[in-house]
Design a binder for this molecule. Structure first.
Ligand code: CA
Length: 237
């Protein structure tokens, strides 16, 4: 009870070149019970990822060596892992590039430690849920018009072609696919995909929807303005 099992502790890689922020993040995560590996530039982050096999990566975008997007691209090519990006500004272009290389969530600096910890916990819960699903023996493939979904394997095909979604995009699609044609509210999407309804995460949701549309076809995800999104699967009438 007084000692946690080393094998069950989650390991988090923190790639951030600003020493004060790196230290503050690491200290807080250690206090939360995580194993923490710090890195201070792009190449160092990639090397630490290979060496320490973290369960999650906190990744600054602006880094010496090469930037966070390149780090994300390289580590995701090696092994899929949840990535929380830290951005210096609320920049749409940054968000879209990050999504394209496999980031799952964003925090804009300056951020609160409490929010960082909440986002990390939510990401790890999603990974656990996904692992649980993948471990279930009764896998069921779902056909929805032009879409075929395999929730267990977390794979999706659009008109027979596999679409390679990020974990976040897949979770979004799953929530929408639970009730095709019905509008799912923004709050419910935030709660089900990210684990909490956060007003500040509005742009995150929209950015991930953008990424999802780019991969499955814009016509499949309908916007209900000011309300939410709906999946239009191509089955009409
Ligand atoms: Ca930086």
């Amino acid at each position: 009870m007084s000692h946690s099992e080393p094998s069950t502790r989650r390991r988090i890689l923190v790639v951030e070149d600003e020493p004060v922020i790196n230290q503050a993040v690491c200290d807080r995560l250690v206090a939360e019970g995580y194993d923490v590996v710090p890195a201070h530039d792009g190449p160092g982050g990639v090397a630490a990822f290979a060496e320490h096999a973290p369960d999650l990566v906190v990744l600054d975008v602006m880094l010496p060596g090469y930037d966070g997007h390149e780090v994300c691209r390289r580590i995701q090519a090696e092994r899929p892992v949840p990535v929380l990006m830290l951005t210096a500004r609320d920049d749409e272009a940054d968000l879209l590039v990050g999504l394209a290389v496999g980031a799952d969530d964003y925090l804009t600096k300056p951020f609160g430690m409490r929010e960082l910890v909440a986002r990390i916990a939510a990401l790890l819960r999603r990974v656990d849920r996904a692992a649980e699903l993948a471990g279930q023996e009764t896998r069921r493939t779902v056909e929805l018009g032009d879409l075929r979904l395999d929730p267990g394997a977390r794979r999706v095909w659009v008109r027979g072609e596999e679409a390679r979604l990020t974990p976040t995009e897949f979770d979004l699609l799953l929530v929408l696919a639970a009730d095709p044609g019905a509008v799912v509210t923004r709050d419910r999407l935030m709660a089900e995909v990210w684990g909490w309804p956060g007003a500040s995460a509005t742009r995150t949701l929209d950015s991930h929807v953008k990424g999802l549309r780019a991969k499955v076809g814009a016509d499949l995800v309908r916007t209900a303005h000011g309300v939410g999104y709906a999946l239009e699967t191509g089955t009409r009438g």
